[in-house]
Design a protein around this ligand. Sequence first.
Ligand code: ZN
Length: 195
Amino acid sequence: MRQPQAPIARHEAAHAVVAHLLGARIRKIGLSAESQEEGLANIDRNGVSLDAIRQILFAGSLAEIKCRASARLGCSVVFDVDQITGLEQVAYEDDFLEEHNPAVAFRKAGNQPTTFTPTQGNEFSDFESFCDSDLREMTARGDFGRCLREVIGRLDDPVVWGQVEVVAAELLKTGTVSAERFLELVAPPSPLLGS
Ligand SMILES: [Zn+2]
């Protein structure tokens, strides 16, 4: 059976992997023992650009949605970057989430379009944090779209998604991943140590 925490593990792992790619330092990642729906990615964002902060933030919800979409559809999926209106509405139209269940557009193998409508209720948590913080005030809608496409491109990169999967698997196994362990997990395989 699929572990209930699997999408949350992807969520936290994606915050960390994207943060690492953008030069931020990971302190620790963990799942919550009390809640199936919570985790934590402790990231040092000092000296990181506003654009990077936004990408690190959005990576969590986007990875969780991608993971749930893939599980529901029974196949791997990539985001449809030409159709991000639903996500823009979540971020820029007040009360949008209360009144709608936005569908997120994906593409299956062979470029076939499909959609996934999240139903858990807190898949959009990072976008809600964005709306509740000063970040939205500081982000023009055009910049939001550009940032979203950029982080989607990262998550749909098979190498990056592979790193998210590896870190998430470790989280599901042990509950926490330390800074040192994280760096080991995302390090490229050394040719000298290959079989
Ligand atoms: Zn998050």
